[in-house]
Design a protein around this ligand. Structure first.
Ligand SMILES: NC(=O)C1=CN([C@@H]2O[C@H](COP(=O)(O)OP(=O)(O)OC[C@H]3O[C@@H](n4cnc5c(N)ncnc54)[C@H](OP(=O)(O)O)[C@@H]3O)[C@@H](O)[C@H]2O)[C@H](O)CC1
Ligand SMILES: [K+]
Length: 616
C-alpha cells in the first residue's frame, strides 16, 4: 500500500535522500527516482536501503510528492547504445533485458494520490517522450535517464547484465563496473546496499521484480561498512540527535530492560517505519503487520483446483492423525506451553551460532533479519504449542546433525518414510489406477529427501519420474540416494525439458528448503513454473521451494503447494496461504542432539505417528 509514496530517508551516516517506494518489507525499502539532498543533480533510478541502515523515514506531504528539479530536468534517454559498449548478448536463462530505449522505470501519473496511480513495477512503460507530450501541463517530469546516461553522469551503477548464478552465491560480479571516474564519493554510501540501473522487465514475462533487484544486490565497491556497520548505540554516539525512530528503539530497549530482558534491538525495525508512515501523514490507516506487506506477489497463492485425488480431511484428521488418547499422554509428559514460554530462543540461538562460527549466518549484533518481525514462532500440534524455527535456526539444526556421527542418510530416510506415510494416507489412494508422480529434486539435502521418497514410491510400483535441477557438484548423499533410486526396477529420470505436459497425480517439490538464497534461478525456476502450471497436486518437502522460510515471503517463482511437510519443526514463515495444509514430521534425530537449544525446542512427541498436522 505504500508503493508510489514519496518519502524522505535519513540513512545511517546522516545523509538524506528522497525517493518513491516501490517495495517495502521488514528488511529493506526499495526506491525509485532517488535524489540525495547533497547531490540533487545526480538522480539514481533504483536504490535499495536495508532497514538496518535506516535512521529515519518520513512520508512527504502531498504537496511535496513532486520530484526535485534534478530529476525533472533530466533529459529523455538516448534511443541506442549503452554507455560502455553494446548491450550484452542475450542469455536465454537470464532475465530478459529490455531495449535501451526504454526508460528505467514507469513514469508517475499526474496525480497526488501516487499510490493508486503507480504503474505496476514490471509493467512495460510507454516511451518517455510520448508521456511528456501527452501530458504537457503535468508537474511530473519525464522519467529519469536510463542506466547508460546515469553512468555517463558518474553514478555508481551496475550493468544491466549480471551473472545471476554468481549473485545468489553472494559473489556477484557486474559485467560492467564503475570506472574510477564513476566512483565518486557522492555515490558511495555505506547505507546503500545496491543501486540498480537494470532495465524494466516487459510485462507478461514470468520473471518477478525481485530477481532483478536481487541480481543487483551487490555490495558497493569501496563501501567500508555495509556488513560491519556500527550498531545503533555506537551510531548514536557518533550522531547524537535522535530521530523519532531512534527514540522508539531506545524506548523499546528501555522497556525490554525493565522486563529483565537484556537483549537489545540494535537495528532499525521496519515496523517502526510503517508506524511512522501511518502516524505521520496517512490518516485513518490501520497498523500493518509486517507479514501483510512481505508478500509482494501480485497473484495470490492459489490452491490447485484438482482435489479429486485428495482425500477430504475429516474433522478429526484436521487436528491429528493420532488417537485422541495420545494427546492426554502429552499433558502428563511435557508442558509445551510452559516450557515454550520460558525459552528465549533468540538468545540461545545467537549463542549457538557464534559458538559454531557459522559463516553464512549474520552475526547476532548486526543481524539485518529483524527477529521481532518473525511472523510466527509457535504453531499447534494436537492442540499443544510447538516451536517454529527460522531458516538460520534450521541451518543450525542441520549443522548440528551433520556434525554428529549420526548419518545424514538416516535422517533423509526417516524424512522420506514419514512423508510417504502421508502420501499413502492422503494422496495415493487404492482407488487410483497407475498414479503418476513427478519428484523435483534440488541440489541440496532437500533434494535428497525427494530422491528417497521417489525410491519408496517406485518400490511400491508407483509410476515415478525424477527430474534433477542439476547433475553435477552434488553432495555425496544426493549421489548415493539417486543411485539407490535407479536400482528400482521401474525407475525413470527425465530431463527438465521432457517433463509431462499433461497433468500428473502428484508432484513432490524437493527443490530447495531452508538453503534458499534469493529468488530461484534457472533451471530451478523453470521447474517451479512447470509444477505450478501442471495442475497436479503439489506436496512440498520442508518448505515450498522459493519461499523464504523465515518470513514466508513468496514471489511468482515460489511453489504453490497443496500441502507442506516441515522436517523436524515448522518454519516461522509458514502459513496456510503459502504452504497449504501444514504437517511436521519426525526425522529421527536423537533428541539429546538438540538439548542445548533449550526445553522449548524439544521435538514434538509424535506418539504412534511420525507425521502430524500443524495448525497456526
Ligand atoms: N534435521 C532436519 O530436519 C534436516 C533437514 N534437512 C533438509 O535439508 C534442508 C537444508 O539442506 P541444504 O542442503 O542446506 O539446503 P537446500 O536443500 O535448501 O538446498 C540449498 C541449495 O539450493 C541451491 N539454491 C539456493 N538458492 C537458490 C536459488 N535462489 N536458485 C537456485 N538454487 C538455489 C544452492 O545450491 P548451490 O550449489 O547453487 O549453492 C543451495 O546450496 C532443510 O531445509 C531440510 O529440507 C536435511 O535433510 C538435514 C536434516
Ligand atoms: K521444498
Amino acid at each position: 500500500m505504500y508503493e508510489g509514496t514519496r518519502v524522505k530517508l535519513i540513512v545511517r551516516n546522516g545523509r538524506t535522500l528522497e525517493g518513491t517506494i516501490f517495495f517495502v518489507d521488514a528488511q529493506q525499502i526499495k526506491l525509485k527516482q532517488v535524489v540525495f539532498h547533497d547531490t540533487p543533480q545526480t538522480p539514481i533510478s533504483e536504490l535499495v536501503v536495508k532497514s538496518a541502515d535506516l535512521k529515519d523515514l518520513q512520508v512527504l506531504p502531498p504537496e511535496k510528492q513532486t520530484l526535485p528539479a534534478a530529476v525533472t530536468s533530466a533529459k529523455p534517454p538516448p534511443t541506442k547504445a549503452w554507455a560502455s559498449g553494446p548491450p550484452p548478448a542475450a542469455d536465454p536463462s537470464a532475465i530478459p533485458a529490455a531495449s535501451a530505449s526504454q526508460p528505467s522505470f514507469p513514469p508517475l501519473a499526474a496525480n497526488h494520490n501516487a499510490q493508486s496511480h503507480m504503474a505496476p513495477v514490471n509493467h512495460m512503460p510507454s516511451p518517455p517522450v510520448q508521456m511528456h507530450q501527452r501530458n504537457p501541463g503535468s508537474q511530473f517530469p519525464p522519467p529519469p535517464p536510463p542506466s547508460s546516461m546515469l553512468m555517463q553522469q558518474g553514478g555508481l551503477l551496475m550493468s544491466p547484465s549480471v551473472d545471476h548464478r554468481h549473485v545468489h552465491n553472494g559473489h556477484a560480479q557486474p559485467v560492467q563496473t564503475s570506472s574510477p571516474q564513476l566512483s565518486k564519493a557522492a555515490f558511495i554510501d555505506p547505507a546503500i546496499v545496491s543501486m540498480s540501473s537494470l532495465p524494466p522487465i516487459p510485462s507478461g514475462l514470468p520473471v518477478p521484480l525481485q530477481s532483478i533487484l536481487l541480481a543487483s544486490n551487490v555490495p558497493v565497491p569501496s563501501s567500508p561498512v555495509i556488513h560491519n556497520a556500527p550498531n545503533l548505540e555506537r551510531q548514536q554516539e557518533m550522531n547524537p540527535p535522535a530521530t523519532p525512530t531512534e527514540k522508539k528503539v531506545k524506548e523499546r530497549n528501555g522497556e525490554k530492560e525493565k522486563n529483565g530482558d537484556k537483549s537489545k534491538i540494535n537495528y532499525f525495525n521496519m515496523n517502526d517505519v510503517l508506524d511512522s508512515i501511518t502516524s505521520t501523514y496517512v490518516p485513518n490507516t490501520r497498523h500493518l503487520d509486517v507479514g501483510e506487506i512481505q508478500i509482494r506477489n501480485p497473484s495470490p497463492v492459489k490452491r490447485p483446483a484438482n482435489s479429486v485425488n485428495v482425500k477430504k480431511v475429516s474433522k478429526q484428521d484436521q487436528s491429528t492423525f493420532s488417537e485422541p488418547a495420545e494427546a492426554e499422554e502429552y499433558n502428563e509428559d511435557f508442558d509445551f506451553v510452559g516450557n515454550n514460554a520460558k525459552f528465549n530462543k533468540d538468545k540461545v540461538f545467537s549463542q549457538m551460532l557464534s559458538e559454531h562460527n557459522l559463516s553464512d549466518v549474520p552475526d547476532a549484533e548486526n543481524a539485518v533479519v529483524p527477529i521481532e518481525s518473525i511472523p510466527k514462532t509457535q504453531f499447534y500440534v494436537d492442540g499443544k504449542v510447538i516451536s517454529a524455527v527460522t531458516s538460520d535456526q534450521m541451518k543450525l539444526i542441520c549443522h548440528l546433525s551433520a556434525q554428529s556421527t549420526f548419518s545424514q542418510n538416516i535422517i533423509i530416510e526417516n524424512a522420506a518414510r514419514s512423508i510417504c506415510e502421508l502420501i499413502w494416507r492422503e494422496y495415493i489412494t487404492p482407488d487410483m489406477t497407475n498414479p503418476r508422480v513427478v519428484v523435483l529434486v534440488g541440489v541440496g539435502q532437500n533434494g535428497c529427501v525427494g530422491l528417497a521418497v521417489a525410491r519408496q514410491l517406485a518400490n511400491r510400483n508407483v509410476n515415478v519420474i525424477i527430474t534433477r535441477s542439476r547433475a553435477y557438484q552434488l553432495p555425496n548423499e544426493s549421489v548415493e540416494q539417486r543411485k539407490y533410486y535407479l536400482e528400482c526396477k521401474n525407475a525413470k529420470e527425465a530431463q527438465i525439458g521432457s517433463l509431462p505436459v499433461e497433468k500428473v497425480d502428484l508432484i513432490i517439490d524437493a527443490l530447495i528448503g531452508c538453503g534458499l538464497r534469493g529468488t530461484p534461478l534457472a533451471p530451478t525456476s523453470t521447474l517451479i513454473q512447470w509444477a505450478n502450471a501442471n495442475g497436479g497436486t503439489i506436496l512440498s518437502v520442508d518448505v515450498p521451494s522459493g519461499m523464504e522460510a523465515t518470513t514466508g515471503a513468496v514471489t511468482d517463482l515460489t511453489v504453490k503447494p497443496h500441502a507442506t511437510v516441515a522436517l523436524t519443526l515448522p518454519k516461522t514463515g509458514m502459513n496456510e496461504e503459502n504452504s497449504g495444509v501444514m504437517y511436521v514430521c519426525d526425522v529421527g534425530l536423537p533428541n539429546g542432539l538438540l538439548s542445548g537449544l533449550g526445553d522449548g525446542l524439544a521435538f514434538p512427541l509424535y506418539g504412534s505417528s511420525y507425521i502430524k498436522r500443524v495448525t497456526c
